[in-house]
Design a protein around this ligand. Sequence first.
Ligand code: GNR
Ligand code: NI
Length: 172
Amino acid sequence: MPLVPIVTLPDEKILRQVSRPVASVDASVARLWDDMLETMYHAPGIGLAAIQIGVPLRLIVIDLAKDGEEKKPVFLANPEVIWASEAQNDYEEGCLSIPEFYEMVTRPADVKVRYQNRRGEPREIEASGLMATCLQHEIDHLNGVLFIDHISRLKRDRVLKKFQKAQKLGKL
Ligand code: GNR
Ligand code: NI
């Protein structure tokens, strides 16, 4: 199973795309999920959206297992937030598409997400804590939204500029 390069800033042409739903969870989707999972584990990261490897489909993988714990990957197709709590939570977020940048983000503390699993069956998951944050972060990716869109404009513009400059200097 191949490791796939992760798309990073300043490549907003890819990262800002709105991904399209998968019509059916078939063998090609399973293969893509497996490539995403391997790429995510290698990075390492706790979640990955297909657009981060350049594929504009509404597919996510998440695995919150810590180093040395048994892996428990979750595969989600066409995920939708169907409920979000009023209560908010702050979490210091990072993103494999924005390497080495971390900032506090406020989001709903608890969410309910509807999706299709690896067999194409409809499922719902109610999540809190890091899982709730990660689900929202990944679903944002499917809509072309990055976590820096949830921080101040000053900080966002600063990080965008940094990546644009790094590319111009041949450092990306
Ligand atoms: O690996 C990741 N860690 C993380 C930490 C806090 C909030 C969100 C995340 S997701 C990120 C991987 C990633 O970029 N997924 O899109
Ligand atoms: Ni991300």
